[in-house]
Design a protein around this ligand. Structure first.
Ligand code: MRU
Length: 361
């Protein structure tokens, strides 16, 4: 995707350095963050310099490749395994992170004690994870664009655009494809407290792409639906259970419930690397709870161009901060994957789910 006309990916490997678009600085500053070691790469995921399921999946994959490139011969397998544990412990919910790590670990293990082959295989496998993510998202756009008709209002929550993946995005990819094809759309962007991924990142992306949009307060999507402004909702997902239940950014369940109450189709867009074959039900998905400061404080740039962090809650009030919620499959009209629209059901998921490693079946 283009930023001020320059094509970028969200994450890439340059030598043994993982390069990332620094997302907490957006939309006010565009900068590239360098992670020179696996520990720095893990830190970038944990602190959300990079976020979004596909983007952290590719970052995890590049982090293992980086570990393989930097590991000493004498301790190669132990050092790579240590990096894998570090990267896997960063964030618990997005399935793509575990997919990306496992894919590169499989490639390394397949080379046995040939360390030069293992290093080469690791870099190739990580690049394959990133390229696959971009290709899947491009296909999601192709399959999803025909669902969007001229003049539609489309609701979305959080950021499931190209910043959340390696390129294109999941929920925003059909919007970009339809917009580029001449379909006139208006996107209703939930601000997505507490970290405001909608207000900061989705609005930034849509602006770069020239898609008309309005940022709205999280608690107003239902009102815009009742006013007849929203004809479809598309969101992304961090993990989809084998029964079609969907974990996504906190607040998604409320949007899905309001869509159902208003008879509006609610689509979830995700590459099949987001489906967890080992997670039978949405209640089994590990849900991250983050620090209370994210709820108590907000941040942004003052008119004078100063970065400010301000507290909005009383100093003595405790906060809770669930990062994700689960939307039951029954509320989902379909899952838009790289293979097209699939029912959010055990049968639908079984048809498309995949595991990392050598081709199956
Ligand atoms: O906490 P984040 O920003 O990593 O969470 C990302 C999301 O939950 C997004 O909603 C997105 O839809 C799923 S990731 C593509």
């Amino acid at each position: 995707m283009n930023i001020d006309g320059v094509p970028y990916r969200t994450v890439w490997l340059d030598g043994s350095t993982v390069k990332l678009i620094d997302q907490p600085l957006l939309p006010h500053t565009f900068a590239i963050h360098d992670a020179p070691t696996p520990a720095a790469t893990a830190d970038a995921i944990r602190t959300m310099v990079v976020r979004g399921a596909g983007a952290i999946g590719a970052t995890g994959a590049f982090g293992i490749a980086q570990a393989a490139l930097l590991a000493r011969d004498a301790d190669f397998h132990a050092e790579v395994a240590q990096a894998a544990s570090l990267l896997a412990a960063t964030r618990p919910t997005a399935q793509n992170l575990f997919y990306g790590i496992r894919a590169v670990m499989h490639a390394i293990e397949a080379q046995g004690d040939d360390l030069s082959a293992a290093r080469q295989a690791a870099v190739a496998a990580a690049q394959e994870v990133a390229d696959d993510d971009a290709a899947c998202c491009e296909a999601i756009g192709r399959h999803g664009a025909p669902l969007l008709e001229d003049g539609m209002g489309v609701g979305t929550h959080c950021n499931a655009g190209w910043l959340a993946f390696v390129d294109w995005g999941s929920a925003l990819s059909p919007i970009y494809a339809a917009h580029r094809g001449g379909t006139r759309l208006h996107v209703w962007v939930d601000e997505t407290r507490p970290r405001s991924q909608g207000a900061r990142l989705t609005a930034f992306e849509l602006g770069q792409e020239g898609v008309p949009h309005s940022v709205i307060a999280d608690n107003s999507m239902g009102a815009w639906m009742r006013r007849g402004q929203v004809q479809a909702v598309i969101v992304g997902s961090d993990r989809i259970a084998a029964n079609g239940d969907v974990a996504n950014k906190i607040g998604t369940y409320a949007v899905a419930t309001m869509a159902a109450a208003n008879g509006i189709p609610f689509y979830v867009a995700a590459p099949t690397t987001t489906i967890d074959p080992d997670c039978p039900h949405g209640d089994d998905i590990p849900i991250e709870e983050r620090g209370e400061d994210e709820v108590a404080w907000t941040w942004g740039w003052s008119d004078e161009g100063r970065f400010l962090r301000v507290r909005t809650t009383p100093a003595h009030s405790r906060c809770r901060n669930l990062a994700f919620d689960v939307t039951p499959a029954a509320l989902v009209r379909g899952i838009l994957t790289e293979h097209g629209l699939v029912p959010a059901s055990p049968e639908g998921m079984a048809r498309v789910m995949r595991r990392p490693g050598p081709p199956q079946g």
